[in-house]
Design a protein around this ligand. Structure first.
Ligand SMILES: Nc1nc2c(ncn2[C@@H]2O[C@H](COP(=O)(O)OP(=O)(O)OP(=O)(O)O)[C@@H](O)[C@H]2O)c(=O)[nH]1
Ligand SMILES: [Mg+2]
Length: 367
């Protein structure tokens, strides 16, 4: 699972990336056109509690990959043009499963906003507009091609082309009205017909308002205001003071606690952002626990027991017999698998069982 960090120049993308990955990529525009990639472990205190019960050799958290992209350069028309992005960056952007859109909300007189004022709603709309333009260009190109060659081929191919054309014409109208593709009602077969394009405005988005260190207390009000004007599907608005979070991440835990108290910060925003992006991706975790390993496995919400088996290993899906499952809370309160079994809490589930977040699962399979 991969999330692309996007945002206008100087909005704090690399600072957010460093915060999330505890990395040290250079900020302040020195990154130039460099692309940063980092893997983030998803915090999950259930793993720690299970580790107390199972005393495993290792604990493995779920992870999410974050890609920090440089801001798109100004285009020849003076816009920030995604079409001017280096091909490699555009490919990273398209292949990502979701976007983390960092928007500048911090005031800093030593680092003035290029527009002369800090206006998160304006900046948010500006980059979103670029994504709409980028998708529209893709739709137009494909429609041209379909017009030129879509009437050729076998009847089945022609029928498929016609179906695709109908969907694209609809998307085009929406995009021209400034509507992201994620807001469209698409039937499953329509969704399938356009999946290969990996449209930018179809990706779920977490809008992260990067607030100044002095504005942490008023951040919730700002989030509410921006969210009220951002009525889109699969979109979450939240705030983070990225610079402070990055600095907190560099301190020892006890030093960080003192610092947080001085600033009036109750909890690190970092874990919240990671958890939100995980949710945005539509992911849940099922758990496995034993003497070797206690581990969280990310799967899409709605996955079946056999999907879960396949996430561990294809052999487990192929030879799937059944899944022995106990809810994390039950396991924790009963203290062991054996006790859970005695209490009738360890269930035997078949292939189609819908796995729930926190299910502790053991897959029985034949080789
Ligand atoms: N005061 C303040 N400054 C911040 C904050 N977040 C980022 N900055 C500063 O803003 C500048 C730009 O931050 P970056 O993280 O490099 O921004 P970016 O979006 O990666 O920039 P480009 O990659 O050049 O587009 C740096 O000087 C940061 O220190 C913040 O929360 N408060
Ligand atoms: Mg940067």
């Amino acid at each position: 699972m991969q999330i692309a960090i996007v945002g206008l120049a100087g909005s704090g993308k690399t600072t957010v990336f460093n915060t999330l990955t505890r990395g040290h990529a250079e900020t302040g525009g020195f990154g130039g056109l460099e692309l940063h990639i980092g893997v983030v472990k998803v915090p999950d205190d259930r793993l720690d509690r299970l580790a107390v019960i199972f005393k495993p050799k290792k604990v493995v958290q779920a992870d999410v990959t974050y890609v920090d992209l440089p801001a798109p350069p100004a285009s020849s028309e003076g816009r920030v043009g995604t079409e001017e992005l280096p091909a490699e960056h555009l490919a990273k952007l398209r292949e990502s499963d979701a976007l983390l859109h960092v928007v500048r909300a911090f005031e800093d007189s030593s680092n003035p906003h290029p527009e002369g004022s800090v206006d998160p709603a304006r900046d948010l709309e500006r980059l979103d507009f670029e994504f709409v333009i980028a998708d529209l260009a893709l739709v137009d190109r494909r429609l041209e091609r379909l017009k030129a060659s879509g009437r050729h081929g076998t009847p089945a191919e022609r029928e498929q082309n016609e179906r695709e054309e109908v969907v694209l014409v609809r998307l085009k109208a929406g995009l021209e009205a400034g509507r992201p593709i994620r807001d469209e009602d698409l039937e499953p077969d329509e969704e399938k017909a356009i999946r290969g394009f990996r449209f930018l405005t179809q990706k779920p988005v977490l809008v992260l308002l990067n607030v100044g260190e002095a504005d942490i207390a008023t951040a919730p009000a700002l989030v509410e205001r921006v969210a009220a004007g951002y009525d889109h599907r699969q979109a979450i608005v939240d705030a983070l003071s990225a610079k402070i979070e990055m600095e907190l991440g560099e301190l020892q835990p006890d030093e960080a606690a003192v610092f947080m108290e001085e600033l009036g910060i109750e909890a690190s925003g970092l874990d919240r952002v990671i958890a939100l992006s995980y949710r945005l991706l539509g992911l849940i975790s099922f758990l496995t626990a034993g003497p070797d390993e206690v581990r969280a496995w990310p799967i899409h919400d709605g996955s079946s027991a056999v999907d879960a088996a396949g996430a561990i290993h294809t052999d487990l899906a192929r030879g799937f017999i059944r899944a022995e499952t106990v809810a994390y809370e039950d396991l924790l309160s009963l203290g062991s698998m054996a006790e859970a079994r005695k209490a009738g809490r360890l269930r035997s589930e078949g292939k189609t069982y819908r796995v729930r977040d926190g299910d502790v699962v053991e897959i029985l399979f034949s080789k």
